[in-house]
Design a protein around this ligand. Structure first.
Ligand SMILES: *[C@@H]1O[C@H](CO)[C@@H](O)[C@H](O)[C@H]1NC(C)=O
Ligand SMILES: *[C@@H]1O[C@H](CO)[C@@H](O)[C@H](O)[C@H]1NC(C)=O
Length: 417
């Protein structure tokens, strides 16, 4: 006879249930994993997860795409592997379509949709969310480029950055700063907490002449701000189709927000006239190097492309970088590439690493070999149909890097990042 006491039986059942609620999840598409990394899926079945942020209690907040809400994934560990214990929506529908951020103290949750940025009081211990306040408004582009990437600075805790893309592939009105499109602006969080700021007239211009900035990050060492940009589709030059390999996507450097004299504040990066070269041979412009700005067909003519601000690193055309985040000691930047639709064969659909030293990339702006593989689809030819599509990135305090994939509804974790 080996009867268990009923209390012991209840305990055993509870353990079994907890373990079942927090098991390793099988991802829909087995990634090809870069040397030294370990990648696991931790959640499936989410609705188009876009940007993500780890809160001060170590749980993961996920902004849904579409007209979604914020999901809070309570994380725990099972045999040393991080896993999801429970998941719940903490904001109403239509409070986000992509952007999410937490204040430096972790107690204010920011979300964005195509028109507004909202601030919610947030309790990281309970997940309780208070009433939303609209802090920035007037960003609707009428359909095209509906995401508004937001980033709450840690180096300047009263500053939130908000990016708004152009309203078309070629949006000629962005040549005027006052349209408030194709731009990154910084806003004082305290100054907007009373009355919402109008995006176009409010805040300060951090950078402009940017087609579509979808992700931003801050270097943990010096507080330098970085953004990833999605560049022009269907590019032609001198009547020739050069779009398959041009222009480059890029990583832009914007200097330090807390500097009283940031020489990179307010720089124009060239859009809608000037675009960075990727395949220089295909362009056939004498002496042009990767990242140099050229003036393609069908965009406003410009003779001053050489004097506009350029990217600090360049990526293959149409690979669609959607986020950039740094590891804790600032030696590595990770970029999520959502993947192409405007080229053959497909490209992107991966997370890559770029090594940094003293707050800057180790590689030059002309480099075409700066990226180090981390997490790739095994068969990019099957993309976008049968692939994961990386969107958002964030690290937790243990150095684990979380990655969302919107099309497959998944969250992955990258260890040893
Ligand atoms: C700006 O922030 C960075 C990172 O927190 C810090 O190292 C630096 O000293 C700050 N600079 C100023 C001028 O406050
Ligand atoms: C920085 O952190 C990474 C892990 O993110 C680690 O591999 C590397 O050795 C660290 N480098 C330094 C200089 O501490």
């Amino acid at each position: 006879m080996h009867l268990l006491s009923s209390a012991a039986l209840v305990w055993l059942l509870a353990q079994g249930a907890a373990a079942q609620n927090c098991q390793a999840v099988t991802g829909r598409f087995q990634p090809k994993v870069g040397q030294g990394y370990k990648v696991n899926a931790i959640a499936t079945g989410l609705r188009s997860p876009r940007h993500i942020v780890v809160d001060t209690a170590g749980n993961l907040l996920v902004a849904e795409g579409g007209s979604g809400s914020v999901k809070r994934l309570v994380l725990t560990e099972n045999n040393g592997n991080v896993c999801v214990k429970s998941s719940s929506a903490i904001t109403a529908a239509q409070t986000t379509n992509h952007g999410i951020a937490l204040s430096a103290d972790g107690k204010t949750l920011f979300t964005s949709n195509n028109n507004n940025v909202y601030a919610f009081p947030y309790n990281p211990d309970t997940g309780a969310v208070g009433t939303a306040k609209t802090i920035i408004t007037g960003m609707n582009n009428g359909g095209t480029h509906p995401t508004r990437a937001i980033f709450a600075s840690k180096a300047s805790p009263d500053t939130i950055l908000v990016a708004r893309g152009a309203n078309n592939n070629i949006d000629t009105t962005t040549a005027q700063q006052s349209t408030g499109r194709g731009i990154i602006k910084s806003f004082s969080i305290s100054a907007t907490s009373g009355t919402a700021a109008q995006y176009a007239s409010g805040g300060q211009v951090l950078a402009w002449g940017l087609r579509n900035i979808v992700g931003m990050g801050e270097h943990p060492g010096d507080g330098g701000v970085w953004s990833v940009e999605n560049s022009l589709d269907d590019t032609r030059l001198n009547g020739r189709d050069v779009h398959n390999e041009n222009p480059a996507e890029k990583l832009n450097y914007h200097g330090m927000l807390n500097s009283t004299n940031n020489p990179r504040k307010g720089l124009n990066f060239g859009y809608p006239s000037c675009f960075p070269a990727w395949n220089t041979q295909l362009l056939g412009i004498a002496g042009i190097k990767v990242g140099d700005l050229f003036n393609p067909d069908a965009v406003p003519r410009a003779t001053d492309c050489a004097s506009r601000a350029t990217g600090r690193l360049h990526f293959p055309a149409h690979t669609a970088p959607l986020d950039v985040k740094f590891n804790a000691n600032g030696t590595r930047a990770y970029v999520a590439f959502h993947g192409s639709w405007n080229r053959q064969p497909a490209d992107g659909y991966r997370v890559m690493r770029f090594d940094f030293k003293d707050g800057q990339p180790v590689e030059t702006p002309q480099s075409t070999t700066a990226s180090i593989p981390v997490m790739e689809n095994t068969n990019v030819g099957a993309c976008p149909g049968a692939c994961f599509r990386p969107v958002g990135l964030d690290f937790d305090k243990k150095g684990r890097l979380f990655v969302s994939s919107d099309s497959s509804g998944e969250i992955y974790v990258i260890n040893n990042a």
